[in-house]
Design a protein around this ligand. Structure first.
Ligand SMILES: [Cu+2]
Length: 331
């Protein structure tokens, strides 16, 4: 058991903190929330092949349908809308290709790593079986360059999710894509659906994501989700506590965003000067699914010119992964 005491850590135990304990040698398998709450007191390691996992998986509701995809992670040249950058991407696009399926479907994804370094895919916000959660050194071995890894899991809950690597600052390159889990029982009272991925961009343009992480670590600032696993070493040190990043009445978006000045901000991989455009017709209802894939930016979102009617501001349920990414409380 690591030396940090749960009582001192307080209520703000989050995923990163959990993962820090995980790297100390314990592997806890199960639903995300279950793993987090069962960890302290009586830590009993459970392997992916354990009876508890088999029982939990057997209890999942499934449609029996299997959705198969391939994701090739590789260097790519991408046009952001007037600015062409060299970056890393899934299948050559930013964001990567959307995966869409229904709750209860089984997702089978072959990750092909054509990057020059290890990678994984983390399924942001999904309460999936732990050994498919994509955290290298904790829930799986890293996927080495030139090799592949097969993810396979039942997708449990409807919602708006996304996926990205859980290695270094890779997600702050172009390795990110939406994962939409539809609810077969939802009435769907809208005419059109649009997925919007918001992102703060520097790769191939400004300072590299890795350089930013290193600089911020040197300067002793909490980079939030910017650096993934690497920032855990300085989390909670130097008098910084988790409360600093918690949303409050004064700072509803939290205090540790906006540390980095990004040269570009994107919606669906496009800069404002040549934006992603939605074509629709008057009086049509559009469902917007909004994903903040930014490493350090909390966005306020508004629809310009929308009529001030209540319907214009009606929000549909979202998945648990819909929050600000740098919190990373749910992955
Ligand atoms: Cu995430």
């Amino acid at each position: 058991m690591p030396s940090s005491s749960p009582s001192r850590e307080g209520k703000s135990l989050d995923r990163r903190r959990f993962l820090k304990f995980g790297t100390a040698g314990l592997v806890v398998v199960g639903g995300g929330a279950l793993a987090g709450t069962r960890f302290f007191g009586d830590p009993t390691p459970v392997g992916p092949g354990g009876a508890a996992v088999s029982a939990a998986e057997a209890g999942r509701a499934t449609t029996g349908k299997v959705v198969r995809r391939q994701l090739r992670a590789a260097p790519a040249t991408v046009d952001l809308g007037g600015r062409t950058v060299r970056t890393w991407a899934y299948e050559g696009t930013v964001p990567g290709p959307e995966i869409r399926l229904s709750a209860g479907d089984q997702l089978q994804v072959r990750l092909v790593n054509d990057l020059p370094e290890d990678t994984t895919v983390h399924w942001h916000g999904l309460a999936l079986r732990n050994d498919m959660d994509g955290v290298p050194g904790v829930t799986q071995d890293p996927v080495a360059p030139g090799t592949a890894f097969d993810y396979s899991f039942v997708v449990p809950d409807p919602g708006t999710y996304w996926f990205h690597p859980h290695v270094g600052a890779q997600l702050d390159r172009g390795l990110q894509a939406p994962l939409i889990v539809e609810d077969p029982a939802e009435p769907g009272d809208y005419d059109q659906e649009v997925v919007l991925v918001l992102d703060d961009w520097t790769d191939g343009w400004g300072e590299s994501p890795e350089a930013i992480v290193e600089r911020m670590a040197r300067e002793g600032m909490d980079m939030g989700g910017m650096s993934g696993m690497e920032d855990m070493g300085h989390m909670g040190m130097g008098g910084m506590d988790m409360e600093g990043s918690m949303p409050s009445a004064d700072q509803p978006l939290g205090a540790d965003t906006g540390d980095v000045s990004y040269p570009g901000h994107l919606i669906n991989g496009r800069l404002p000067q040549d934006p992603f455009v939605i074509t629709s017709a008057p009086r049509r209802r559009i469902r917007l699914r909004i994903i903040n894939a930014g490493g350090d930016t909390a966005y306020r979102f508004a629809v310009g010119g929308a009529p001030p009617e209540r319907d214009a501001h009606r929000w549909f349920p979202r998945g648990p992964g819909g929050g600000r990414h740098s919190d990373h409380r749910d992955g």
